[in-house]
Design a protein around this ligand. Structure first.
Ligand SMILES: [Zn+2]
Length: 109
């Protein structure tokens, strides 16, 4: 579990996995994450691992660095758009998906 430690990478990975899972189920009709989405998710994980601002918290859009680029950026934008639409129609389930309360966005560099 995340307590006082400063590396939010596990939280970001878990949120990414949940969003990709949702996206893939709805867009690709798979039970779980299809190989193509899985590969892109792993790509994203690598970027999260390499992130210089991993202690700045969630969400990543407050981050001064841009983790996602090229294919990954398009893919993650689709995934996040999908997640936003899903949250709007499933507010109760969405609330359970929120990161822990103590995980707050950083103030930028
Ligand atoms: Zn997929």
């Amino acid at each position: 579990m995340i307590e006082m430690e400063q590396d939010y990478t596990p939280v970001k990975k878990e949120m990414t996995r949940r969003m990709v899972d949702l996206y893939c189920r709805d867009m690709h009709g798979t039970d779980g994450i299809c190989p193509a989405c899985y590969k892109r998710m792993m790509d994203t994980y690598k970027r999260l691992d390499a992130c210089k601002f991993k202690d700045k918290g969630w969400p990543c859009d407050t981050c001064p660095g841009m983790c996602y680029s090229g294919d990954s950026l398009d893919f993650m934008q689709d995934v996040m758009e999908h997640a936003k639409r899903w949250m709007a129609t499933h507010p109760e389930e969405a609330a359970k998906m929120m990161p822990p309360k103590d995980v707050t966005p950083g103030q930028g560099a």
